[in-house]
Design a binder for this molecule. Sequence first.
Ligand code: FAD
Length: 435
Amino acid sequence: MFAKSNHLFNGSKNLLKRFASTNATVPTYKLVVIGGGTGGLAVSSTLSKILGQNEIAIIEPSDVHYYQPLWTFVGAGVKTLADSAKPTEELIPKDAYWIKNKVAKVQPDNKLIELTDGQKIGYDYLVVATGLECHWNKIRGLPETLGKDGVTSNYSTDTVETTWKFIREFKGGNAIFTMPSTPIKCPGAAIKVAYLAEDTFTKNRVRNKSNVIYNSAMGKIFSIDKYAKSLERVAKERGIEVNLGTELKEIRSQQKEAVFDCKGTEKVFNYDLLHVTPPMGPPSFIGESGLGNKQGYVDVDKYTLQHVKYPNIFSLGDSSSAPTSKTAAAISVQSGVLKKNLLDAMTGIFDPHTAAKYDGYASCPLLVGRDKLILAEFSGYTGLPLETFPIDQGQERSFMYWLTKEVIPEIYWNGLLKGTWTGPQRFRNFFSYLP
Ligand code: FAD
């Protein structure tokens, strides 16, 4: 029998073996975090310090971590893809153990994780933070066209820089921007790229021979009325055509045609530039492991972020069922709530009635030009604004643009991922005391 602190290094698999007394063949951790993206790192940074060395394992297959919100700026030529990237190795907290691998399945009743190479990992507590996957193949003709002949997307590291190439080289014609009917990472990102492209066309003097068209499968331009009004106003002022209830289904690249379903009727648009925001969904292992709701998101209580069936499992971020906008901003507040409730569960004092509760906070910096931004902050649970600054945030401002481009990335790398930034509540309180 091995003591809990006994470790062996398995060089071939790059897996530090940890033998718990309960199971001598399966490395077992006090806490396993699936996904070393925004949510996974935000919680494991703090918890690894509290729980001690190698009590936490993070299962994450990628070598590179991207600050994805920067991709809107990359697609507009303001930042580079390299600006958004850091090696995962640098970001894994020093007290946590990184298992560079992918989860195939969880057996929640046995507290076991199966990796894609067949290895098994045990856990006492589990956090699932696996984000969303892009379903490129759900649009006919898209996988073979993406990145070529005017078809691009800010949602892939392979094409986000191509977006800027196509925008800056655009000579006129139809520039179409799409939004699917599924939840996506940052719902505002699908339209921000349209405003930024329109701004560039104006600067490049091709605007008068261009049609800028935003085709969204949704019934509203933005889910929160206050910001929807602002976005509609700006679209009107700038002559951007907005078609709601219009979902991209197929790309016929030979003819440069994009086929949309418009409330049951097929509508074909010719395009010269087509920016696609693809349908997205959580990784399928969540549903296959019995952890998902009907849509396959980790089924958690939307306030406490604890799994509805398994009290030793928590989830945050894009792959959780919390019904709010899927943003890094939402994760900041969720991470504070999750850490508190998980630690209480570990020490046996978790009580759902007195537990920390997530209020649905999310934020979306809505770029409407190369120096103008509407900072939407709201609760996805109430549908009402939840703003930090004592000014009308429905108004586009250069200060908000600068904040989002220069300050928020610093907060991301040095605050959120290090576990010290849990949202702007303190600032909101401070500003609320000002006369
Ligand atoms: P991720 O950060 O995506 O991490 C999930 C991790 O899980 C990944 O590293 C992945 O490799 C890993 N994983 C997946 N499957 C498995 C598996 N089977 N086993 C092990 N690991 C697995 N948010 C904002 O707040 N503001 C913005 O302005 C904004 N703009 C955006 C613009 C764009 C173009 C994009 C793409 C996103 C934007 N976001 C924005 C959204 C934000 O980036 C995400 O909401 C956030 O990163 C989600 O964090 P997460 O931890 O849930 O998922």
